[in-house]
Write a protein that binds this ligand. Sequence first.
Ligand SMILES: Nc1ncnc2c1ncn2[C@@H]1O[C@H](COP(=O)(O)OP(=O)(O)O)[C@@H](O)[C@H]1O
Ligand SMILES: C=C(OP(=O)(O)O)C(=O)O
Ligand SMILES: [K+]
Ligand SMILES: [Mg+2]
Length: 574
Amino acid sequence: MATAARSLHLPGPTPPKSSTPSSHRLPVPCHLRPQRRRLAASSSDLTSFPEPPPAPNGVYVPWAAASSVAAAAASIVVDAATEAELRENGFRSTRRTKLVCTVGPATCGAAELEALAVGGMNVARVNMCHGDREWHREVIRAVRRLNDEKGFAVAVMMDTEGSEIHMGDLGGAPSAKAEDGEVWTFSVRSSDTSLPDRIIHVNYDGFAEDVKAGDELFADGGMARFEVIEKLGPDVKCRCTDPGLLLPRANLTIWRDGSVVRERNAMLPTISSKDWIDIDFGIAEGVDFIAVSFVKSAEVINHLKSYIAARSRGSDIGVIAKIESIDALKNLEEIIRASDGVMVARGDLGAQIPLEQVPSIQQRIVRMCRQLNKPVIVASQLLESMIEYPTPTRAEVADVSEAVRQRADALMLSGESAMGRYPEKALSVLRSVSLRIERWWREEKRQEALELQGVSSSFSDKISEEICNSAAKMANNLGVDAVFVYTKDGYMGSLLSRCRPDCPIFAFTSSTSVRRRLNLQWGLIPFRLSESDDMESNLNRTFSLLKARGMVQSGDLVIALSDMLQSIQVVNVP
Ligand SMILES: Nc1ncnc2c1ncn2[C@@H]1O[C@H](COP(=O)(O)OP(=O)(O)O)[C@@H](O)[C@H]1O
Ligand SMILES: C=C(OP(=O)(O)O)C(=O)O
Ligand SMILES: [K+]
Ligand SMILES: [Mg+2]
């Protein structure tokens, strides 16, 4: 594996905006363009809005006028991006696969964040490996502002740094090129001052003790490789064997005789003391998900969950387990059971196991997550070449397609959106490939024969599960237009998503945070709706509100489920 496209030049601090139209880019819906009309936020009568502007294709679409800002005052809320997608694709063809974007220097500005939200970002991810807390605070608040002011419902995910071994900051340089045969020194000396050329600071004090002459050192999951020549106290001299680009704080993996070296570094805690402070920060800033790097066992997930429960009364932060080490693979099932979701972190995983094992392990994790009813994100290098270039490779498109075909809940951009030159284009490639593969799947009627095992522990949850399994089957057999699920805590919504039905799932919840968290789950279109105890009146109110916005029509066939009543109804929209 030689260096990839990364070894070419990298963007400076302000990457050029992608302004050229691309075949992947879908038109920005007119009501989301900057000059769009703002509607009175006080009105709750959605039918009385002024004549909307024509849709881009010239077809009159009634809900084009109903901006989410205005809708916030009414009793049903759906986000601006989803509404635009519903309009663009028709609601049967809305995107089922969710999209996560890592925010970095290329996308931290308000305009760039809004462009990602318009482009379909469901979750914004910040990685505590990089940047300081002040920077992350600004980004998290900018996302919240976007949600509050512009009617999006983007969830925020925060990744812990973890105790991985990584390089220092390269003295402020954006990158450094390691060439074949060059000798580089990796040193644990403190790097308060900028280091001379070809000397790299390593963050882990035990590094010089753990390595031996002859070991291989992988930087950034193998994007550049070195051989250890000799140790001189705190300095480790290495020769570059596979040239590549070194990025600030790139991780380092030590290999000996064909396997990863796990000496003292294997004893480092999964959540370091710096991570705990970052977690406090995340709780204080109200993030929706915390993704734990280098999880080794279920224990750490349980520990973090009880920590969060004790620290943040009433709030419900989802804990995502990043599967990126051999230990995680050993304890896979118990880790998935303990967590609220999983990330297939292929970047680091691919540095710990032979690369050719990554695809089958990805498939195994995706399947197991669906069996255990946990959302799963496929991450890293999906569109790596788009860090540099405006068009993906065919192989990358095939990789994205495969993750969509496996029916993963979500796809993630890392460097492509954090520091690449074409963040919006990369997102639009994920979006258009997802839509196309999902449609192909439905047209071909490829119902996979995945037999779902029972997941619920209590009898009441078991009833919900049976209802969802039956409803999904009925929905496919009857060809209904949508399934509506009234889900207080989101559990029934997730059980329905797990069945991956052909039609879209409208999920109604009264909680803003549940609604944001449902954003990570396949096929769910989350709405906020203040529900009453009376299902009949909930249903009628939903119908009239959605009809007024043109989101359903008289005669549409809907299956409605409620977790309060544990009911299932088949109804025509009156
Ligand atoms: N907050 C940030 N500040 C600066 N650079 C960032 C930030 N977040 C991400 N990046 C850049 O984007 C790249 C990809 O992001 P990510 O996959 O989250 O991290 P990593 O590659 O270190 O595991 C990083 O290597 C880094 O160069
Ligand atoms: C998603 C991953 O984690 P990070 O980007 O934080 O290294 C990965 O390793 O693939
Ligand atoms: K990391
Ligand atoms: Mg990683």
